[in-house]
Structures are given as structure tokens and as C-alpha cells.
Design a protein. Structure first.
Length: 320
């Protein structure tokens, strides 16, 4: 495949452009401004440092996401986080009947598109773990943020923003990379070339490796569930076949990178969202809906068992 091969034709570009405009208007993705990345990251770190003090489970249930603007919703979430006084992670870790679960990542971790208001796959996973294991309670600490890219997450981790949470985490899930791809798409929508994605993939691989390295430095043993990417453009038009191979290549990189780290488990979800055959998309035709997150959760749980996560969790998970 030629490195300068164009990824989309004129019809695909139009459909893709309309989708991106709609996503940006709804606050589902962040407009990329490379020259401001460092400043934005600093602001994000300061905001999260003030707002994210303790784990919160089911926060989105207090917010009617579909009827509020993103800015207003996030301001309410921050107020709730500051007002709620929850059990510190170290106390949860000391209790053998409870599990402290830290979810890191982007809009998939946040649960954007979930009309059932279950924080996407994260709260569903909590419910499944309680049902199928000896864990009496799983405390969910969801740090997902819509629009987040790997460079932004890496900066926060390197600055120690999540050291306290990482140190005490007994289970970690990670979704990151979708917005790195969208960065390429939005940068030159009408002249997309395979070489642009390949170039970004090299940088993404380095950042992904650093993210996992830094997590392992703080917590050498915690199981890390690494969730792959899917191709949302298959539901927009069947003409963008090139994106499927791009997503596959990025997933291969994520799987290969994570396999170098002990107690990591890669979860492939690419096939679950092909062409929306199972009606798994939210009305934005980009993020999963409730059913999409449900089958994601089932795949995650299945792979956790296949990866023998119980062997790296001191018998806390899957002891039944």
C-alpha cells in the first residue's frame, strides 16, 4: 500500500466532515490546537487536581447528559466531586472484600453516548465483577475525559497527577488512541493520506509505551486491562475501507506494546462495531450506545478470564 495513498474519496470526505462538525458541536471531541497543548494540559491538570479527590461511582447518574451542554455538565460534575466525601483508596485496598478500580482514558472510559447513564463499560464492568466474583463491592474511580489524547494523559501521569490513585489501584482499565487518530483526520480532512496516520502511529507508540512504563513504575503488579480501538467510520459510509486497515494496525501496535508488560491484558473490540450490524452506536453514529457498551463489557470480562487476571490479583478477582 503506497504511503501517499489517499484514504477517502469526495463522498466519504463529505460524510466524514459532517460527522466531525456534529461531534465538535456536541462537545464529544476537542478541537486540536497543537501550539496550545502544553497550556491546555496544565489547565486540565490544575482543574482535575482540584476536582478529582476521591473515587466516584455512578457520577453520571446525577447528570442528565443529553439535555445539558458539555461545559455546564462538567461544572456540575466538578461540584459533585468536591462535595462528596468518599472512602480514600488506601482504605479500600486494605479491605479484602472491596476492590478499588481506576479507569483511565477518553470518552469511551467516560461513557459518552450511554443513554442508560452507566458510565459506559466501566459501571457495567463493576456490576459484572460483583456478580461473578468474591468481591463484595467494587469502587469505581472514573478519570475518563472526552477528547483526551495520549499526549495529554501521558503529561498528567508523568507529572504525578495520578500517583496516589495508581499506587492504590487494584484494577486499571485504559482506553486511549481514538482522539490521536481524529487529530490526523481533522488536521487535513480533504487530503487524508495513509502516510499521515503511519507517522502519527510512531509517536503514539512511544507515548503508549511511556504511559504503561510510568504506571508500572508506580504500581508494578496491578492488572491493566488495555482496550483497543474500533472504526466508527464504517457506520457513516462503506467507502472508507482504508480506515479499517489503519485501525487494525493501531490495534496491533497497542497489543504488541502492552504485551511487554506483566499483568497486562489486551481486549480487541474492533469487530464489535463494524458497520453497526448489531445497532451498537449512539445517535451521534460515533460513540457506542448502551448496548454497544454492554457487549464491550462482555468482551472485557471474557478476556480478563482468558488472561488469567485472577493470578495477578491475589485471588481477589474470579475466585469462584
Amino acid at each position: 500500500m503506497a504511503g501517499d495513498k489517499q484514504v477517502t474519496n469526495e463522498s466519504s470526505q463529505k460524510n466524514l466532515s459532517n460527522t466531525i462538525v456534529a461531534l465538535d458541536a456536541n462537545g464529544a471531541t476537542e478541537t486540536d490546537q497543537p501550539q496550545q497543548v502544553e497550556d491546555e494540559t496544565e489547565t486540565e491538570a490544575q482543574t482535575e487536581a482540584e476536582a478529582e479527590k476521591h473515587p466516584v461511582e455512578g457520577l453520571d447518574e446525577s447528570v442528565e447528559e443529553l439535555t445539558l451542554t458539555t461545559a455546564f455538565q462538567e461544572s456540575i460534575e466538578e461540584q459533585l466531586l468536591n462535595e462528596l466525601k468518599l472512602v480514600p483508596p488506601e482504605e479500600i485496598k486494605e479491605d479484602s472484600t472491596r476492590l478499588y478500580y481506576l479507569a483511565l482514558g477518553d470518552s469511551l472510559t467516560r461513557g459518552v453516548g450511554d443513554e442508560e447513564q452507566k458510565n459506559g463499560y466501566t459501571k457495567r464492568l463493576v456490576e459484572k465483577l460483583v456478580q461473578s466474583t468474591d468481591v463484595a463491592e467494587v469502587i469505581l474511580d472514573n478519570r475518563g475525559k472526552r477528547g483526551r489524547r495520549s499526549d495529554q494523559l501521558l503529561n498528567l501521569i508523568k507529572k504525578g497527577h495520578y500517583d496516589y490513585e495508581l499506587k492504590n489501584a487494584e484494577l486499571i482499565t485504559l482506553t486511549i488512541g481514538g482522539n490521536d487518530i481524529m487529530k490526523v483526520v481533522k488536521k487535513d480532512l480533504f487530503e487524508l493520506k495513509r502516510a499521515d496516520f503511519d507517522k502519527e502511529l510512531v509517536q503514539f507508540t512511544n507515548r503508549y509505551n511511556e504511559i504503561l512504563t510510568n504506571i508500572r513504575t508506580v504500581n508494578p503488579e496491578v492488572p491493566i486491562i488495555v482496550i483497543g480501538l474500533y472504526n466508527p467510520f464504517s457506520v457513516i459510509t462503506d467507502e472508507i475501507t482504508e480506515f479499517e486497515s489503519i485501525i487494525t494496525e493501531w490495534n496491533d501496535t497497542i497489543e504488541g506494546t502492552s504485551s511487554k508488560y506483566k499483568n497486562s491484558c489486551f481486549v480487541d473490540i474492533q469487530d464489535l462495531f463494524d458497520e453497526n450490524a448489531n445497532l451498537v452506536y449512539h445517535s451521534d453514529f460515533f460513540h457506542p450506545n448502551g448496548y454497544g457498551y454492554t457487549i464491550m463489557t462482555e468482551r472485557i470480562l471474557s478476556m480478563m478470564k482468558a488472561c488469567h487476571i485472577e493470578d495477578s490479583s491475589n485471588g481477589l478477582i474470579f475466585t469462584n
